[in-house]
Design a protein around this ligand. Structure first.
Ligand code: NAD
Ligand code: TYD
Length: 358
């Protein structure tokens, strides 16, 4: 039995992770805390809302008192911290919320972990924690900054973030590390490459291009479109986090990636051809400021030390993903129209804490 606090579980990766864990670990209880920003969509979890092992609580991770009471009420012994502002373009326009949620929010969680999991919380020298507890912080390869034509990110590289989003994620990584070094907190940090798959908010490259294609709208490609990202199917990311939760060595950082480097323009063309649309939809637009040229993950550590491997090929993953968006046009319509925000009110009548069966 584990009581896992998943933060940001109404977002893209968090919702996939909750479904993944409930499918595989019948004995686990998941407590999903999410403040439901524009990126939080409870419709992503419609199919599991009645699962007796699942509880949703609407709360901001920066709210110290509420997070404190959740640790007490649910005997939390594991945290998987997904909650974050996650879109680079938004961080360029409005950096502050990225710093408060991504850094301070993480620190609030760490303080509550220290308070509830330390054997003697009053003793600042105590580094002993209850058995079987873990704080897993979900980070990103973007903390390493940009690569040139050659080379890959390895866990020991310095963090050189180039935009407010990646700077806030890098800062959080350092705070998590500091709580491990100073307070002996049992932690892991995972740094994953770009994810794709079902339930991704259509402001990110792949769902945005699919949605625009379906509506015969322009496909805005930044700069020359030759920036490279290293793509991983979201279910492979979930499996990697599950692996690190169970096998990760205390204090270690693990890169997660599937060796799928692709130029943005090639992804856009793949989507166009799969949907039988015309390349004339492509519109080259002004480049993103501080745009990282290339990301590539060296996954040797997690594959050799923990035995995780990606299962999806990029071709299979993209085919399934495009099919999913075609089969779920109502989901996209609800997101684009903003109707998804009403779902919480309709389903939960504004009640902040909902456990199935309660
Ligand atoms: P997302 O934007 O889809 O979801 C973020 C979720 O966090 C939303 O449900 C939102 O409501 C919630 N949230 C935001 N601020 C909050 C707050 N103050 N309190 C409580 N909840 C809050 O993001 P995602 O793509 O699912 O990413 C999840 C995590 O994975 C992030 O930490 C991100 O940095 C990391 N990551 C993402 C990718 C990617 O390609 N998407 C790759 C590597 C790492
Ligand atoms: P994005 O999905 O925002 O992820 P990230 O910036 O975290 O890697 O963008 C992926 C790549 O696609 C990135 O190089 C920016 C580019 N991009 C476009 O060219 N056009 C777009 O409309 C978007 C959203 C992204």
């Amino acid at each position: 039995m584990r009581n896992i606090l998943v933060t940001g579980g109404a977002g893209f990766i968090g919702s996939n992770f909750i479904r993944y864990m409930l499918d595989r670990h019948k004995e686990y209880r998941i407590i999903n805390v999410d403040s439901l920003t524009y990126a939080g969509n409870l419709e992503n979890l419609k199919d599991i809302v009645d699962n007796p092992s699942y509880t949703f609580i609407k709360v901001d991770i920066r709210d110290r008192d509420k997070i404190d009471s959740i640790f007490s009420n649910y005997a939390i012994d594991t945290v998987v911290n997904f909650a974050a502002e996650s879109h680079v373009d938004r961080s360029i326009v409005e950096p502050e919320v990225f710093l408060t949620t991504n850094i301070i929010g993480t620190q609030v969680l760490l303080d509550m972990v220290k308070k509830h999991w330390k054997v003697n919380p009053e003793d600042k020298y105590c580094k002993e924690y209850k058995k079987g507890v873990k704080f897993l912080h979900v980070s990103t390869d973007e903390v390493y900054g940009a690569l040139g034509k050659k080379g890959m990110f390895v866990e020991t590289m310095p963090l050189l973030p180039n935009n407010p989003y990646s700077a806030s994620k890098a800062s959080a990584d350092l705070v998590v590390r500091a709580y491990h070094e100073t307070f002996g907190m049992p932690i892991n940090i995972t740094r994953c490459s770009n994810n794709y798959g079902p339930y991704q908010f259509p402001e990110k490259l792949i769902p945005l291009m699919i949605n625009n294609c379906l509506n015969d709208k322009d496909l805005p490609v930044y700069g020359d479109g030759m920036q490279i990202r290293d793509w991983l199917h979201v279910v492979d990311h979930c499996a990697a986090i599950d692996t690190v939760l169970h096998k990760g060595i205390d204090g270690e950082v693990y890169n997660i990636g599937g060796n799928n480097e692709k130029a943005n323009i090639d992804i856009v063309k793949l989507i166009i051809h799969t949907l039988e649309k015309s390349e004339s939809l492509i519109k080259y637009v002004k480049d993103r400021p501080g745009h990282d040229r290339r990301y590539a993950i060296d996954n040797t550590k997690i594959t050799t030390q923990l035995g995780w491997e990606p299962r999806y090929t990029f071709e299979q993953g993209m085919e399934e993903t495009i099919r999913w968006y075609l089969d779920n046009t109502d989901w996209i319509k609800n997101v684009v129209s903003g109707n998804y925000m009403k779902y919480y009110e309709e389903m939960y009548s504004g009640i902040d804490e909902v456990a199935a069966g309660k």
